[in-house]
Ligand binder design. Sequence first.
Ligand SMILES: Cc1cc2nc3c(=O)[nH]c(=O)nc-3n(C[C@H](O)[C@H](O)[C@H](O)COP(=O)(O)OP(=O)(O)OC[C@H]3O[C@@H](n4cnc5c(N)ncnc54)[C@H](O)[C@@H]3O)c2cc1C
Length: 326
Amino acid sequence: MASDIMVFVEYKDGNIRKVSLELLTKGQELAKKDGATLYAVIIGFQIQEVAESARAYADKTIIVDNESLNEYRYDTYVSVLEQLVKKYQPSFIFSGSTVTGKDLFPRLAARLNVSIVSDAVGIDFSDNRLKVKKPLYGGKVISWLSFKEGVSPLITFRPNSFSVEKLSLSGEIVEEKIDIFKDQKFNVLSVNKGGIEKVDLQEADFIICGGRGMKGPENFQVLEEIANIMGGRVGASRAVVDSKWREYDDQVGKSGKTVSPKLYIGCGVSGALHHTMGMDTSKIIVAVNKDPNAPIFNYADYGIVDDLFNVLPLLKQELAKSKQDI
Ligand SMILES: Cc1cc2nc3c(=O)[nH]c(=O)nc-3n(C[C@H](O)[C@H](O)[C@H](O)COP(=O)(O)OP(=O)(O)OC[C@H]3O[C@@H](n4cnc5c(N)ncnc54)[C@H](O)[C@@H]3O)c2cc1C
């Protein structure tokens, strides 16, 4: 039997998030190999525009459009997804390992009583078997997991695990009318969205991350300038966030965000395990640290042993020049 795949699609301002496009691209590739159906699931209010974009990737785009789904709440979203999974019976259910995915999918797994693989970074389909790549022990071990016959796992993938291709299918859109369960035990009083519109940290291709070695919040200006030149984002270690130099939204690591950009530059970051767990799958890692024994150099593809206050102005100058030359 073909292994149908369902992708939970996230979107922002009417546009599908990059991580969901990655999963739709990969999901379509896998489904095509197996003669299976790729379902895109979109939940929210007034989501026709998003559904139209998803049609290019999915064989079937299932939408649940209801005013009570306007803001994300785990109770309502879990109840909708639970019913859709039971109805369509996909073999695999994917989500990005995003803030929402991390909140939603473990709850959904418990509700459906199925296994979950979280924070996966790759997938392979060969010999009629799907295998999922997942780092363990802070990235020190890479495991490949496969599933027993009849198990339909939920899998969350780190953003930037797959590339996005522009597909041009014209899949069907199916609107489902579903009873939405709302837990009366709590209410969302307000939602505070971040003030400045920044590239999402988890989806950024370029991250320049400052650690305690940056010495103070005022010195992050040069990191902002470099991030602007590169169209990326500034990240921070927990030491920096705990010192209130940067917001929690910028934190990379175990208790922050897991990132996997094409290029990560750590400046004055020591490379403690709780930090590297959140960035060690970055495609290229560069470290700037004045201590040649800093653990971050064990992860770095390129290391600069120097005072970051010497290095950063030069780095900014060179990056600006190379951008002009392109
Ligand atoms: C449960 C738990 C969860 C955690 N979660 C996270 C997390 O999500 N993210 C995270 O980052 N941490 C996390 N931590 C904390 C983590 O263990 C480290 O304490 C933290 O990452 C250290 O931050 P840092 O590298 O900025 O600071 P430090 O370890 O103090 O390192 C500063 C570095 O800057 C270098 N430096 C200083 N001055 C200069 C200079 N002028 N030029 C160049 N280099 C210089 C130093 O050589 C040093 O290596 C967690 C800890 C626990 C217990």
